[in-house]
Design a protein around this ligand. Sequence first.
Ligand code: SF4
Length: 289
Amino acid sequence: MNYVGNVIRPPSEANAIILQVTVGCSYNKCTFCGAYKEIGFQLKAQDTIDADLEFAKQHCRNQKRVFLADGDVLILSQRRLLQLFNKIRTHLPWITRISMYGNAKAVRNKSITELKELKSMGLDRVYMGLESGCDKVLQYVKKGETASTMTAAGKKIRESGIFLSVTTLLGLGGVSLSSQHATDTAGVLNKMAPNQIAALTLIPLENTELGEDVAAGKFILPTPSGILQELHLLISHLKDVKCQFHANHASSYLPLAGRLPRDQNAFLASIEMALNGATPLVPDYRRAL
Ligand code: SF4
């Protein structure tokens, strides 16, 4: 398979065929994100995609899912996406699920009818980076969206019947906005009602604007205990969601995974035990993005 640059996929797509159809992210301005800093957004040549589909046809028969990389493939036109989905169905008829990242702008550019059409062609899951439901945080990290625009995008995905997985980023409000970041993020998640929430923890990267702010002392990262308090606040404010909840990413200080609301009290109890020192935290040297 042909891969250009950093190819990033969600942990739950570990067994999927990763078909890279675009390179980079069409937005690429978030100050905490170093994923595609060195590379401009581009659609890969059709010949390259076709060769990858041919390779997958020959060698990937045991993989039932396709994840379309990179950053936000949903930004492609409906015509291109339908063409691509048709090719996947023709070359890889055993595929049961297609998924991709989709940012709020990409969702905005699609009508419900178009999203439903993609679903009927196999689009099963969209991963959206909410990061925070707090407008002050979103503005600071230059997300280019607000809590309200992302809520609308998330609800649109749900309305079209596509599985919505939303990522949030603990620590993104720094010390000063930590509580507001947690409660506002829970508020947006309550409105979106996603099928899955993944709570990652911020690890500032040197090659990012936020990393520079950390180095310059302009952004104060919460301590591990502050991050756990933030997670506790976030989970305790989730009221209306019935979904999978994962805080077990490699960046996590305290891996948690289960379902809400079923495991809500157990999650809170685990965090309280860790805050009391009864459960050891993942040391920083073992954390990663
Ligand atoms: S966080 Fe997502 S939208 Fe922002 S620059 Fe990175 S890939 Fe693009």
